[in-house]
Write a protein that binds this ligand. Structure first.
Ligand code: AMP
Ligand code: GLY
Length: 437
């Protein structure tokens, strides 16, 4: 099976990840039309933004029919967890339109932490020891917490907008948190709570494209989640990312491949789970040994903004290979060198922040650096661009060294202005201890 040589693509999502995907898709000679729903001010440069909610499957279907869409690419997790792949595959009018993204069963790897832990246990994939608790087993939960050493890791089972993982230092706080979670703090997402042992090490994000049998590994990235320099302050959606990651060397990645990636892909196949899309494996390196912290069923944000510029090969042909089970024949070309993305966020984020502030310098800031400015939370207002989210812009640069790439991104950021502009100036600095220049 093949897609037509010239195709129309519907890309769902609106963040920096989708802006980077739109940028990469638009470079393919096979694209006759690219629609981004709902997109942002940046995606409009690469295709047509469509005012449509990706979680409203009926309107997605209508759009596919009216515009003769040949392929749907799903950026965020929510439509996948809600079953958009199954909806399209089972509809008599649009079943022939392939979707890059797993079925609802596959999306449980992200949509249910309890399912993900059970899956890893069934397939011998290294991860923290755990148990799950519900409203009827609170007392057992307290006892289990008492058997662990601090810090305590509690995870709401379902999707909780990135806030469902809580790590606490004292047993009292951990018990109170368990009661709060089971009491509805995260709504139904907390009906089941996974409690697991704390793993100490350095994290990285591994992205795997799979067609259900074959797989390709994309460049490894490290993201910076906390708002403050030196990884301090509250968690955000991500303040920057670097790729490749020095400690994820050949020896480490061979362990990742044999102990984690292959058992994951084979496990999905043996459990007859239709998975054609990307698996994002959040890994922790504990004294040289990889453990899975979490699975996500999509590409990462801001990691995508860092890794896609390192991919040389055509992304539409990659999507085609994923949806038609031909990844073994796909040649993935990757560039050497470093890629760095630094996120500019609105003042106050991840707390309250303003929207609608005018952004200046977008047309000129990258003139000398060649950086790529991917929009995350922006909107058009008249002839200009304004802030429209907490994470506003991600600035990606390539370099033969990490320092060169970083210098370009920071110089580009100097040329961009908006009220309250905030960014971390220490992206990638922690990798210096591995001798990275
Ligand atoms: P989130 O992206 O909200 O799922 O954040 C999860 C974060 O919590 C991870 O990136 C880790 O930093 C941390 N975390 C989750 N599970 C563990 C664990 N078992 N041990 C140590 N840290 C963990
Ligand atoms: N960068 C982490 C995420 O996309 O969930």
């Amino acid at each position: 099976m093949k897609l037509p040589e010239s195709i129309k693509i519907l890309l769902l999502g609106s963040g920096g990840r989708e802006c980077a995907l739109a940028w990469k898709i638009a470079q393919s000679p096979r694209v006759a039309g690219l629609f981004i729903a709902p997109g942002n001010a940046g995606t409009a440069a690469y295709g047509t933004n469509v005012d449509l909610n990706p979680n409203n499957f009926g309107t997605v279907k209508q759009f596919i029919l009216t515009n003769n869409i040949n392929l749907v690419v799903v950026g965020p997790e929510e439509p996948l967890v809600k079953g958009i792949q199954d909806y399209i595959r089972e509809d008599s009018e649009i079943y022939h339109v392939p979707v890059v993204g797993p079925s609802m069963l596959g999306a449980r790897l992200e949509g249910s932490k309890d399912f993900a832990k059970g899956f890893m246990a069934r397939h011998g994939i290294p991860t923290a020891a755990y148990r799950s608790f519900g409203k009827d087993s609170v007392k057992d939960g307290y006892a289990f917490l008492g058997s662990l050493t601090p810090p305590y890791v509690l995870k709401a089972d379902g999707l909780a907008a990135g806030k469902g993982v809580v790590i606490l230092d004292t047993l009292e706080e951990a018990k109170a948190e368990l009661a709060d979670m089971l009491g509805g703090k995260f709504g139904a997402a907390g009906n089941t709570v996974v409690i697991e042992s704390f793993l100490s090490g350095i994290e990285c994000s591994v992205f795997v494209a799979t067609d259900g049998k074959n797989y390709k590994v994309l460049p490894v990235a490290k993201d910076y989640k906390r708002i403050g320099e030196g990884d301090t302050g509250p968690n955000t959606g991500g303040m920057g990312a670097v790729s490749p990651v020095a400690f994820a060397d050949g020896e480490f990645m061979e362990k990742v491949r044999t102990r984690i990636i292959e058992p994951t892909v084979n496990g999905l196949a043996t459990e007859k789970i239709d998975y054609r899309g990307f698996i994002f494996i959040g890994l922790i390196n504990v004294d040289g040994q990889p453990y899975v912290i979490e699975y996500n069923v999509r590409l990462g944000d801001p990691e995508t903004e860092a890794i896609l510029p390192l991919v040389g090969s055509d992304i539409v042909s990659l999507f085609e290979a994923i949806v038609y089970g031909q990844l073994d024949k796909y040649q993935l070309d990757l560039s050497d060198g470093y890629s760095v993305t630094v996120m500019c966020v609105a003042g106050g984020y991840p707390g309250d922040y303003a929207k609608g502030d005018k952004i200046t310098g977008l047309d000129t800031a990258a003139a000398e650096t060649g950086s790529l400015i991917f929009h995350a939370g922006t909107a058009r207002q008249g002839a200009g661009t304004v802030t429209n989210g907490g994470r506003v812009l991600s600035v990606t640069s390539l370099g033969t060294t990490l320092d060169e790439a970083l210098a370009k991104s920071y110089r580009t950021i100097d040329g961009i202005s908006f009220e309250g502009k905030t960014f971390r100036s220490d992206i990638g600095r922690d990798l210096k201890k591995y001798g990275v220049k």
